[in-house]
Every structure is written in structure tokens, then in C-alpha cells.
Design a protein around this ligand. Structure first.
Ligand code: DX5
Ligand code: ZN
Length: 238
């Protein structure tokens, strides 16, 4: 497992990072899915955790992630769409996640939780919904390693990309300290990824755009090429 510094370096080395969202995968055969994603060369797996409370859907928790861990060396980013991330944080770290991302909407003091993640030598991620003011995240840009900007309302795969998120990402990229990793999640596709890269995103979470394709490697190459052609990212600033 990569520690925080090694994981940050891994993400920089592989930019633009296309991260498959493990929500539209075949849950009946996760072993095969993980093998196929590895063979296709994805450098990060995005694990969508939903509690049926913060979002109106349920997915899986640390037990499932723990059982995935021995199947691959590819790093995990757990995207916690749960109301009480402080309570479960250690379980996700213990399950083998190199990065844990929780929502700013769910906690009164994001700084405390971000620090807990860093103290465990993991990458600290903060996620923000499309309709949450950027005022909520601005104070924490130095305290987090990765900012996950939602480009759909979280809860379901396959939703339409919200283009109004693009100026928000541009604003954050301008304000962000060098090296902050910006990730976008929701509706990322061949049609939208170049716009996301152009405003400064580094990591692109893709569910439908990977799992609805017969050839995962071809999907990764094509998304990655489109992102690379438009990218203005941490590479430029840091
Ligand atoms: C949405 C999840 C996303 C989603 C992405 O709540 O956080 O990761 O599964 O799926 P697509 O790419 O289909 O929008
Ligand atoms: Zn997600």
C-alpha cells in the first residue's frame, strides 16, 4: 500500500488520472472487474460508499472494500457519501484505502477530519456538492490533498453532467495552493472531459463512460487522450 507521499506522487505521475467509479461495475464478479480494470491500466479505483441517508441510495462499506484489497495493488479512493464520516473513517483506512474523501456538507469541522486522515499517512480528500457554496471549502484548501468537485448531485451513476460546475472548478484552481489535486465526479464522458481538464481538473471519475463500454482499455485511452489535450493542472502550477 502506498503512503500519503507515494500516493500523491503516483497521482502526479499518472495525470490525467481516469478513475473508474465502482458503482456501475458487475458486483456479481468484482474479482473479474478489478482484473479487467488493472489490465486496462487505470491508476486509481474510486469506491462509491453510500449510506441511504446523505444520499438516497445504498452501496457498500468497508467490509466490501477490505475484500477487494487483496485483489489488486491499484490504490483506492473511498468517496464517502455518508452522514457521519468521522464515525467510520478508521474502518475505511483499515480496509486499505490510500485516499479517503468525505463531504464538506456532512461535518462541522472538516479540518479535524482531514488531519485525522493525514495522521494515518493517507491522502485527505474533501468533496463538495454542486449546489454548495465554495465558501464552505475555501478555508480548507491547504488542509486537504484532494478536492472532489461533484458535477452531478451525488447518489446515482449515469446522470447528466452539470456544466455550471466548470466555473467553480476554474475558481478553485486559481485559488488552490500548488499541488492540490482537483478531481471531478459525475457525468464525465468523451463529451465533457476536455472541458473539465481545461478548467484545471487532474482526476476524472468515470462510471458510465467506462462500464458501458465493451473495451475498458480503449475507454481509458480515449478519455485520457481527450483530457491530456486540454489539461491545465497541478502539473502546470506545481
Ligand atoms: C455519484 C458517484 C459517482 C458516479 C459516477 O454519486 O459519486 O462516482 O457513480 O458515475 P457516472 O460517471 O456514470 O456519472
Ligand atoms: Zn463518486
Amino acid at each position: 500500500m502506498l503512503n500519503r507521499q507515494a500516493m500523491l506522487q503516483h497521482l502526479r505521475t499518472h495525470a490525467p488520472v481516469i478513475a473508474p467509479s465502482m458503482l456501475k461495475c458487475d458486483f456479481g464478479d468484482l474479482h473479474r472487474e478489478v482484473r479487467a480494470l488493472d489490465a486496462a491500466g487505470f491508476p486509481l479505483l474510486h469506491l462509491d460508499v453510500m449510506d441511504g441517508h446523505f444520499v438516497p441510495n445504498l452501496s457498500y462499506g468497508p467490509m466490501v472494500i477490505r475484500s477487494l484489497r487483496p485483489l489488486t495493488e491499484t490504490p483506492f479512493d473511498a468517496h464517502l457519501m455518508i452522514s457521519d464520516p468521522a464515525r467510520y473513517l478508521d474502518e475505511f483506512l483499515d480496509a486499505g484505502c490510500e485516499c479517503v474523501t468525505f463531504h464538506v456538507e456532512t461535518v462541522s469541522d472538516p479540518g479535524e477530519l482531514l488531519e485525522r486522515i493525514r495522521q494515518r499517512d493517507a491522502v485527505a480528500g474533501l468533496a463538495v456538492n454542486p449546489d454548495t457554496s465554495l465558501d464552505a471549502v475555501r478555508p480548507w484548501l491547504d488542509a486537504c490533498d484532494l478536492l472532489l468537485m461533484m458535477s452531478v448531485h451525488p447518489g446515482f451513476g449515469g446522470q447528466a453532467f452539470l456544466p455550471e460546475v466548470l466555473p467553480r472548478v476554474r475558481e478553485i484552481r486559481e485559488l488552490a495552493p500548488d499541488g492540490l489535486i482537483i478531481s471531478m465526479d459525475g457525468g464525465i464522458s468523451e463529451r465533457t472531459i476536455a472541458d473539465c481538464a481545461a478548467v484545471g481538473s487532474d482526476v476524472f471519475v468515470a462510471g458510465s463512460a467506462v462500464f458501458d463500454q465493451p473495451d475498458y482499455a480503449a475507454a481509458r485511452r480515449s478519455l485520457s487522450a481527450q483530457a491530456a489535450s486540454a489539461q491545465v493542472s497541478m502539473e502546470k502550477s506545481g
